[in-house]
Design a protein around this ligand. Sequence first.
Ligand code: FAD
Length: 344
Amino acid sequence: MSHRIAIAGSEISFDCADGQSLLDAALRAGIELPYSCRRGVCGNCAGEVLQGDVAGLEGASMRNETCQPDQLLLCMCTPRTDVQIRPASWHRIDPGARKRFTAKVFRNQLAASDVSVLQLRLPAGQRARFHAGQYLQLAVGDGSTRCYSMANAPHESDALTLHIRHVPGGAFSARVPQLQQGEQLEIELPFGAVALDEADTRPIVFVAGGTGFAPVKSILDDTAKRRIERPITLIWGARYADGIYMRTAIAKWQRQWPRFRFVAALSDGAVDAPDDVFAGRADEALAAHCPALAGHEVYCCGSPAMVAGVRDTAVHHCGLDAVDFHADVFVDGPAVDPLPAATA
Ligand SMILES: Cc1cc2nc3c(=O)[nH]c(=O)nc-3n(C[C@H](O)[C@H](O)[C@H](O)COP(=O)(O)OP(=O)(O)OC[C@H]3O[C@@H](n4cnc5c(N)ncnc54)[C@H](O)[C@@H]3O)c2cc1C
């Protein structure tokens, strides 16, 4: 059985089947709501249910600590009746935007002891369309897919660069170092709806954990290409110095933006550290270097635990308005079901 879902203040309505999430139903109907992980962790899809009755998907919780009192995670709710919702934002999806490609490994370099930078080439003449901060889904070969954020800026669209941390025993990431030039990978993109508002000129703080640097690099390269000027701080957390694996990019942004501030937060290896190194975790570096965040935006990307720690520090200790915290959470394991058919 399905129910009708209406978006408050608009003409938009769509069907949602029992057992389907409100977010997936919207995406399948061609309406994009804010989202990233689709697994109840990142909180990007939090919105209000104004009328009607909803339940948690397979008994899952419909809220997490990112939700305001009147909000639910739209990726975790399924309707019991017709429902009216008020998402944080919505827009119609361009039906031709998502595509499947057979990409070829072009370059595969070890950037740190446990991080590969993988460059993929698209078939001749084909281009991928995405926004800085979005991710792709890659077929692993057992029928499941994994998500990886694009690290290159959208204007470099004949190739895709991924930063992949090797997870011990991981079905895909552990075999990335062995991928050879010319090997083929099936990918689909773009996914995710975290995007910076170009018109916003407030100071912004990026906090990246490990390969959470990938989408930050895409966003900052895109911001540089568009010559957008706003005060930017980047805090990059890793255990040891080799986890800060792309200092050339940081040096480039420092040349472009004289006010650009960079802090490497090393939790385990900050002995004899240079000036831009903080001995401690990324959330501790945020509290030390950005103690007053009212009027700022924070964009954070990394593991669920790291993002939760940074959110807590930003909102509860540094005075950030919770609506100004944006996150991409690298939840482990296979991606949830693919979304509506992409064109090949
Ligand atoms: C939006 C998004 C963007 C991402 N971007 C990046 C990126 O740019 N770079 C990057 O390095 N990683 C990224 N990730 C993580 C990535 O998708 C993979 O999860 C990671 O590489 C591990 O995949 P794997 O196949 O090697 O490991 P897996 O074989 O999937 O296992 C990895 C670990 O997860 C556990 N696990 C397996 N299945 C599940 C499950 N169903 N639920 C919970 N845990 C499970 C395993 O026990 C193991 O410890 C992103 C994740 C998301 C959701």
